[in-house]
Design a protein around this ligand. Structure first.
Ligand code: S3P
Length: 487
């Protein structure tokens, strides 16, 4: 594998000066994590009995007690954003694609479920566990029933780009949370390209898409969204001429890299991406890098305790996602990255992280877009920082799986924290002591995991209601947390 570093990634400039030695132990605290999902015996760290199973009245609730550090190795499952895109493109490609470390997320299962309804075939290979997708080419089969996107905005938004180019009508629906999420952002460009789309009030799901011949457009989305960009580029494959997306702020480029991996000619520089219609895709064999947004929960847990030391091999280092590492380093986590490789345009590296003093800081502007999925956990641990955290320009957080600004503020307040909620962000002062409390995940995977991390440094027990929401992106999260949490 070749090593490929993109000079724009400021994270790399920090690497040389990173320190790995950390001394000083945090106060000894008892750590317990109870939960219904904790069925696995301690496998990797038999000496760290940090968690105890206790079934709550509602089996989806979980109880956590404080820890004194997190230590060990965590193998993070495949990146959700990449897995969605690989599965969708493999379906419209020729040949059988094979994906190693495909995401275990419930969201990606929603994508695979829709693909099966559209005539695609996917299976897990018995030999090596790879996820195989048998491509049926650009013309999909009309589904017999409406497509269930579950909780997954990515499935609904990106698949719509492909459905807009089909010669049939399809319907897409989702769960209660997805039914509240804005779809006008994809309805507008796809309608301009020639698809006929109806939705419920105010551009919310369910969607009904009558596809057909599409025309190329030059689209300038109002919101910075990689899902919208991928949706339009995927539709661009079915359009006559060249489709261009010009974003207000650069977003993750997994769609462009995946299209290239499947053999499409895609140009992308800075905030502009272009694709020519009518290109045929060919199957690939690929390794999906570990999801950096899932790794973020463990990295934030390490940041809470000077005695922490975690190894996270095989993590996605794509520069459009790795701003998180810059920020964690700036805020005090000691990180080194080794074994850097490139697979189908995506960078992968092994992260070694040690906790030190957690400083806090500000997230605003382009950083907010780059860190949109990690802000909940960064804000949830901010009370333990020296300087606190200010988050600005983040009103998109209000239309995620939950209103994440309101959810973080509500849970922090229940733990006794002072927090200022603003229309487009939060201000969380530092140097606060939190106490365990009864919290809600608000049915949102990232809120459930963020507050499991926060609970590790709170005083007393924390109960998280509906913690099973974590499975939307990371079904084994609580099992993994149990293996690394030290009492
Ligand atoms: C994603 C893009 C982001 C992110 C989501 C996944 C993607 O959403 O929050 O979890 O895979 O492109 P937006 O496109 O709405 O910003």
């Amino acid at each position: 594998m070749s090593i490929f570093l993109r000079p724009s990634l400021t994270f790399w400039t920090h690497l040389r000066s990173l320190m790995l030695d950390v001394s000083g132990a945090s106060k000894h605290r008892k750590i317990w994590l109870h939960g219904s999902s904790l069925k696995r015996p301690f496998m990797r760290q038999p000496c760290a009995p940090a968690l105890v199973l206790r079934l709550m009245s509602d089996a989806s609730d979980i109880i956590l007690r404080p820890a004194r550090a997190v230590q060990g190795l965590v193998r993070i499952p495949g990146d959700k954003s990449i897995s969605h895109r690989y599965a969708m493109l493999a379906t419209i490609a020729g040949g059988t694609s094979r994906f190693h470390n495909f995401s275990a997320a419930r969201d990606c299962a929603s994508t695979l479920g829709c693909i099966a309804q559209l005539g695609g075939v996917w299976r897990r290979a018995e030999t090596d566990g790879a996820t195989e997708v048998v491509g049926i080419g650009p013309a999909l089969k009309a589904p017999a029933a409406a497509l269930d996107c579950g909780n997954s905005g990515s499935t609904m938004r990106m698949l719509s780009g492909i459905l807009a180019g089909q010669s049939f009508t399809s319907e897409l629906f989702g769960d209660e949370s997805l039914s509240r999420r804005p779809m006008a952002r994809i309805i507008k460009p796809l309608s301009e390209m020639g698809a006929t789309i109806s939705s419920s009030d105010d551009g919310r799901p369910p969607l009904k898409i009558r596809g057909g011949h599409l025309r190329a457009i030059h689209y300038k989305p109002e919101v910075a969204s990689a899902q919208v960009k991928s949706c339009v580029l995927f539709a661009g494959l079915f359009a006559g001429g060249e489709t261009t997306v010009e974003e207000p702020i650069r977003t993750r480029d997994h769609g462009e890299l995946a299209l290239q991996a499947f053999g499409a000619d895609v140009e992308h520089h800075g905030t502009t991406a272009r694709i020519r219609g009518g290109q045929r895709l060919s199957a690939i064999e690929a390794h999906v890098p570990g999801d950096l947004s899932s790794a973020a929960f463990f990295l934030c847990a390490a940041a809470l305790f000077p005695g922490s030391h975690l190894s996270l091999p095989g993590i996605l280092m794509n520069p459009t996602r790795a701003r998180l590492l810059d920020l964690l380093v700036m805020m005090g986590l000691k990180i080194s990255v080794t074994q850097i490789e490139q697979h189908h345009g995506e960078l992968i590296g092994a992260i070694d992280a040690r906790g030190a003093t957690w400083k806090g800081g500000t997230i605003a502007g382009a950083d907010t877009a780059a860190l949109i999925d990690e802000i909940p956990v960064l804000a949830a641990i901010a009370p333990y920082s020296e300087d606190g955290l200010e988050v600005r320009d983040a009103k998109e957080l209000r239309v995620k799986e939950s209103d994440r600004i309101a959810a973080v503020a509500a849970n922090l307040r229940k733990m006794g924290a002072e927090v200022e909620e603003r229309p487009d962000g939060l201000r969380v002062p530092g140097h606060q002591r939190l106490r365990g409390a009864e919290l809600d995940s608000f049915g949102d995977h990232r809120i459930a995991m963020a507050f499991a991390v926060t609970a590790l440094r709170a005083e007393g027990e924390t109960l998280i209601r509906h913690a099973d929401a974590a499975g939307v992106s990371y079904p084994a999260f609580f099992d993994e947390l149990r293996t690394v949490a030290q009492i």
